[in-house]
Design a protein around this ligand. Structure first.
Ligand SMILES: C[S@@+](CC[C@H](N)C(=O)[O-])C[C@H]1O[C@@H](n2cnc3c(N)ncnc32)[C@H](O)[C@@H]1O
Length: 216
């Protein structure tokens, strides 16, 4: 990072801009596969809370596919909050973003229960404490029949794709607290909060969608 650019890295890609709206190259590639997974699993009239919404494009795509749902955007980064706000103004069901740090203690206070907590491509580019906050918050917020949707790359021992190993090393070289998370560690973390891994769905480019539900 040059001395002139000291803002924290929030996305490892060059996002383009149209006024406040940001466009993410990776979201352009994965929003349709993500939309397909969620559109068929979201309960009717689902209330979705997304953590780390980035540009807001995943919520926008899901609300277009499922006009019955509401999707609460949240972010920690001001530019991303502005992008989410611009999209929320144009999209039915997409709710104006809340400023939220999932690594903060008690980040759930004041939030209403939800059916689905969604978090895409966040836990590898944030300290592990954010994953911990996410799991603890999910246990408080999701309804009995609800679920957590996590999307991104994961380490899976021997079967980890070489590209994900390389990505892990590159993340750690940028920030020692970042890294592609081992699926076993993530599963154990959520299990500790009463949320069991219910589905592991292979996605393009060696990513996974993981769905956690309350243990019965
Ligand atoms: C790689 S981007 C992913 C954005 C979007 N979910 C996507 O998949 O396109 C990671 C996002 O996580 C957000 N983020 C990082 N730490 C966070 C935290 N502690 N709480 C909430 N959001 C966070 C960043 O601001 C950034 O927008």
């Amino acid at each position: 990072m040059s001395p002139e650019n000291t803002s924290p890295v929030i996305a490892l890609e060059d996002r383009t801009r149209d006024a406040a709206k940001l466009y993410s190259p990776s979201a352009a590639r994965n929003r349709e596969p993500v939309r397909a997974v969620l559109a068929e699993r979201l309960p009717k009239q689902a209330r979705v809370l997304e953590i780390g919404s980035g540009t807001g494009e995943h919520g926008e795509a899901c609300c277009a596919a499922r006009p019955d749902i509401s999707w609460q955007l949240t972010e920690i980064d001001p530019d991303s909050l502005a992008s989410c706000a611009a999209r929320a103004e144009e999209s039915e069901g997409l709710l104006a973003p809340l400023s939220l740090d999932a690594g903060a203690p008690d980040w759930t206070s004041g939030l209403a229960p939800v059916d689905v907590l969604a978090c895409l491509n966040v836990i590898h580019i944030a300290p592990w404490s954010v994953a911990e906050g996410l799991a603890a918050g999910a246990a408080k917020l999701i309804a009995r029949q609800g679920f957590v949707f996590l999307y991104g790359p994961f380490l899976e021992g021997e079967k980890t794709a070489p590209s994900n190993r390389e990505f892990d090393a590159s993340l750690k070289s940028r920030n020692a607290e970042w890294g592609v998370r081992p699926i076993d560690a993530v599963t154990a973390l959520f299990a500790g909060h009463g949320l069991s891994l219910a589905e592991r769905i292979e996605m393009p480019a060696n990513n996974l969608s993981l769905i956690f539900r309350r243990a019965s």
